[in-house]
Design a protein around this ligand. Structure first.
Ligand code: 4NP
Length: 163
């Protein structure tokens, strides 16, 4: 990891093929737009091992493409204990992911904050819904929710960078 990164973010979901790789891609685009890509590192992983080494789900990639994003080559990997030391902020996508991360990384250095912290104020959702058993509209909704969360997340990133 280049020493130039001042903040390291890790998005976490269950399989690391739908929500967290989408969050990684949408966040990287937001960081690029904000001129922060050289200062903030982003990655994603899953709590489960089912999809280690896999590309993101084709339905997620299609939804991202519809929204104007391109896939950067991420392959599925599983959360490891050392992530709690090598990242500054770990962002579970749903409440089960949050419980799992808190249990697996108990006492870690990283701060753990659920994605819902940055949802738009008007959202009634408490987590990023799992689209795996859904249809293409569910995948589009995940991308939209992540996009709508980026202004709040970028504001938080800026705060952390100015500490
Ligand atoms: P993700 O979605 O956690 O957003 O990557 C899922 C991926 C795989 C499965 C469930 C959810 N699965 O049951 O294999």
């Amino acid at each position: 990891m280049p020493a130039s990164f001042q903040l390291r973010l890790l998005f976490v979901c269950l399989g690391n093929i739908c929500r967290s790789p989408a969050a990684e891609i949408v966040c990287r685009a937001a960081l690029n737009k904000a001129g922060l890509a050289e200062r903030v590192m982003v990655d994603s992983c899953g709590t489960a091992s089912y999809h280690v080494g896999s590309k993101p789900d084709a339905r997620m990639l299609a939804a991202l493409q519809r929204a104007g994003y391109s896939y950067g080559g991420h392959r599925g990997r599983q959360l490891r204990k050392s992530d709690g030391e090598s990242f500054d902020l770990i962002i579970p996508q749903d409440e089960e992911n949050l419980d799992d991360v808190q249990r697996l990384l108990r006492g870690c250095k990283a701060q753990i904050r659920p994605m819902s912290v940055w949802f738009p104020q008007e959202s009634e959702l408490r987590e990023v819904p799992d689209p795996y058993y859904g249809d293409s509209a569910d995948f589009d909704s995940v991308v939209l929710l992540l996009e709508q969360s980026m202004p709040q997340l970028m504001a938080y990133v800026n705060e952390r960078l100015s500490e």
